[in-house]
Design a protein around this ligand. Sequence first.
Ligand SMILES: C[S@@+](CC[C@H](N)C(=O)[O-])C[C@H]1O[C@@H](n2cnc3c(N)ncnc32)[C@H](O)[C@@H]1O
Length: 206
Amino acid sequence: MSFYEKRILPHVINCACGAPAVARQREKVVPEAKGRVLELGIGTGLNATYYRAADVTEVVGVDPSRESWVLAQPKIAEASVPIEYCEASAEDIPLPSDSIDTAVITYTLCTIPQPEKALQEVARVLRSDGRVLIAEHALAPDAAVIKWQNRLNGLWGKIAGGCHINRDIRGLLDASPLQVRQWQGMYLPQTPRVAGYNVWGTASLK
Ligand SMILES: C[S@@+](CC[C@H](N)C(=O)[O-])C[C@H]1O[C@@H](n2cnc3c(N)ncnc32)[C@H](O)[C@@H]1O
């Protein structure tokens, strides 16, 4: 891992993912979490304070970046639910099958190297009545924006830790063992369109 990835990138991501417009997206999905929660790519803990103590028993945050977990500490301390860190990859989640009530996926499917495998793992650990809550930036619906997303994707990935600005998040879900139940999308205000198309919704097992 380079110096940039280890020491600087977690701060860059913490700042970009903490923007007010992104925080409003988190508010739309994270408070819906219930029971035992898996947070995929917990990063710097920006969802921690949106969990409701009355609904959530515990959160397990899977992420390979220990550096981000260090930055997450103030948010974890502020949270009203217990949050445990699991240093692992979403493609190989070290949790038993059928053990999670809610999987929270925010701004992580864009970065995971093998998102198809990660969604299979989410489906494996999810209980039959469990729900997946999703908020991501995604492939835009407009050809002119997609053109720039495709052009800038390589450079973007280098700056943003392997993040893709042109991932078809809905397509990934449709091809997974999960069924989308609710879905919305919009360009975030005060955000360049190339990185600003956001989707959010819920899914459960097919
Ligand atoms: C843009 S950050 C978002 C963090 C957090 N989900 C949020 O909403 O702020 C992407 C996160 O995905 C994590 N990540 C990268 N590869 C991963 C993988 N294979 N499995 C799980 N998380 C991964 C990164 O370490 C980083 O914390």
